[in-house]
Design a protein around this ligand. Structure first.
Ligand SMILES: C[S@@+](CC[C@H](N)C(=O)[O-])C[C@H]1O[C@@H](n2cnc3c(N)ncnc32)[C@H](O)[C@@H]1O
Length: 144
C-alpha cells in the first residue's frame, strides 16, 4: 500500500541547511520559527492558543535515502534506526514538541525549532500528559 500525503503548511526556520540546525534533542531555547498554514487548512488552527505545547509532524524533505542501522547521537552507538531520531529513515517523518507563542493569521510562531527552512508540515496535534497510558507514569519533567 502506498500512502499519499499533502503538506498542510511549511516551516519558515532560521536554519537554512543541515549544518546550521540544532542536533538531536537540543532545539535552541528562545529561537523562533513559524508554520505557514496553507489557506485551505487555516480553519484547523482556530483553537490553538498562545502558550500551548504542540506536536509537529513533518517530512525530512532534505534527507537522501535511509539506513536501517545508524550511529545514535544519543548513545554514540550503532543502533537500529527506529531506536534513533535519525532524519534518514524509511518514511522520513519527523516529530518535534514545540511551544506556540503567537498566532498571526495563517502563521503559528513557535519555540523549539529543529527543522530546516521549507520543511513540509504533515500534521499538528496538541501535546498533553493524557498521551501516556494510565499505567505508565510520565517523567517528572513531562509538560502539562
Ligand atoms: C535529529 S533530527 C530530530 C528531528 C525531530 N525532532 C525528530 O525527533 O523527529 C534533527 C536534525 O534533522 C535535520 N533536519 C531538520 N529538518 C530537516 C529536513 N526538512 N530534511 C532533512 N533533515 C532535516 C537537521 O539536521 C537537524 O539537526
Amino acid at each position: 500500500m502506498e500512502i499519499l500525503m499533502k503538506p498542510i503548511g511549511y516551516i519558515r526556520s532560521p536554519y537554512k541547511d543541515k549544518t546550521a540546525a540544532p542536533k538531536q534533542g537540543t532545539p535552541s531555547e528562545g529561537t523562533t520559527a513559524a508554520i505557514e498554514i496553507l489557506e485551505e487548512y487555516k480553519e484547523g488552527i482556530a483553537d490553538i492558543k498562545e502558550g500551548e505545547y504542540g506536536i509537529i509532524l513533518f517530512y525530512f524533505h532534505k534527507s537522501e535515502g535511509y539506513k536501517l542501522t545508524t550511529l545514535s547521537a544519543k548513545s554514540n552507538k550503532i543502533m537500529g534506526v527506529f531506536s534513533t531520531r535519525s532524519p534518514n529513515r524509511p518514511n522520513g517523518i519527523g516529530m518535534s514538541i514545540v511551544r506556540f507563542i503567537k498566532k498571526e493569521n495563517n502563521r503559528l510562531i513557535f519555540e523549539g525549532v529543529d527543522m530546516l527552512d521549507g520543511t513540509p508540515v504533515l500534521d499538528i496535534k496538541p501535546y498533553s500528559k493524557e498521551l501516556c497510558p494510565k499505567d505508565i507514569a510520565p517523567p517528572k519533567d513531562f509538560l502539562s
